[in-house]
Structures are given as C-alpha cells and as structure tokens.
Design a protein around this ligand. Structure first.
Ligand SMILES: N[C@@H](CCC(=O)N[C@@H](CS)C(=O)NCC(=O)O)C(=O)O
Length: 197
C-alpha cells in the first residue's frame, strides 16, 4: 500500500496510526500542506478533492477521506464492531469528528502554526468551536473508557488524531479530565505510534 501523506497532518496521522496498530507496511509519499501547487499533478485521478490522506492499494485503486480509509482498514478487525448499532455509533462519532471537531481544532492548529498572517478572529472562533467539541467528548468520556463499547475502535482513532494535539490549537485539556484520561488510554494501545514517528 502507498499513503499520500503529510508528517504534521492529523488526518494523515489517523491512517498511519491504524496502519501501525495493524502492523501493515506501506510506502509514504509526503505532500506539503502549505505549498499545494503539485496537488493536481500528484493527486489528480486519485482524490477529486486533491487533499491528503489518500490510500493507494496494491492494485492501484485509491481511497480518500481519512475516516473512510479508517473504516476500510478496520473492516474485519476489532477496530470496527460487527453489531449494526455499534457500527452506527462508530460512524456517529466519526461524523461528529468531521463536522464539529476537525473543522475547529485542526483549523485553529493550522492557522496558529502554518498560516502566514492568520486571522485572529477566525482563530478565536475556531477555538470556541473546539471547546464545544471537547465538551461533547467530555460528557461521554467522563463516564466511559472508549467512545463505543469497551475497546478501542476507529471512532477513538479518528477523534484522537487532533484531540491529542489540541494544545497546538491553543486549547488546554485541563477542563476535560475524562478526555485527558482517554488520551492516555488510546496512547497505551498495542502498536500505537506518535504523530512524528
Ligand atoms: N475531510 C478530509 C480532510 C483532509 C484535509 O483537510 N487534508 C488537508 C491536510 S490535513 C489537506 O490536504 N489540505 C490541503 C488542501 O486542502 O489543499 C479528511 O478527513 O481526510
């Protein structure tokens, strides 16, 4: 397999994390998230949205969207339940991640660290949205070890991607002790690798 990747992208890291947890070997092709001038050339025909991550299978077929890639890689493993309601709850958290969480925390992190002359009002708005998303996670994780059921699923991997670097978005987890404990739990999973591995 080949992963079109970026070393600091939390979306790409989610995929690298599950590949590591599943001990799957793959080749990494690094693309910049700042200079996007080669996107059409490299990702044209692979992802219509021209974004990373993109997973290319050994037969050349490609799959984009971090959470879709996680679902594909998790099928038939303990990271994706078989029970229909549990599977739907995994998707519930993954849709939450893409609507409420990533567009706030990932964007605040990007603006703070990688954007030239970032819009301070936009950063503050994204941070406020990030606090709301962390609050939703805290409501659940103050009473549960994992997001769905009693074990780590791709819901946890998807949310871990940017939650564990929330400090880089200017967000403290001090007010979210259930989230902070859950981060340690996910980091203790077999095969876990850090974002900069
Ligand atoms: N919803 C997509 C988001 C992917 C995404 O935003 N990728 C960023 C890097 S984290 C990217 O390629 N940005 C460059 C661009 O949008 O041109 C996913 O979950 O995979």
């Amino acid at each position: 397999m080949r992963l079109y990747d970026n070393a600091v992208s939390g979306n790409a890291y989610k995929v690298r994390l599950l590949l590591a947890m599943r001990s799957i070997d793959y080749e990494r092709i690094q693309l910049s998230v700042v200079d996007r001038s080669d996107r059409e050339e490299v990702l044209g025909g692979k992802n219509p949205a021209l974004r990373i991550p993109v997973l290319e299978l050994d037969d050349g077929t490609t799959l984009a969207e971090s959470n879709a890639i996680l679902c594909y890689l998790a099928e038939g493993t303990p990271y994706m339940p078989t029970d229909p309601l549990a599977r739907a709850r995994v998707l519930q958290w993954m849709f939450f991640e893409q609507y409420d969480h990533e567009p706030n925390i990932a964007v605040a992190r990007y603006l703070l660290h990688y954007a030239e002359d970032p819009d301070r009002e936009l950063i503050a708005a994204k941070q406020a949205g990030g606090e709301k998303a962390l609050g939703a996670m805290e409501r659940h994780l103050s009473e549960h070890d994992f997001l769905v059921g009693d074990t780590c699923t791709v819901a946890d991997i998807a949310l871990y991607g940017y939650t564990h670097v929330a400090d880089e978005a200017g967000l403290s987890l001090d007010d979210y002790p259930g989230v902070a404990r859950w981060i340690e739990r996910v980091a203790a999973q077999p095969g876990h690798v850090t974002i900069d591995h």
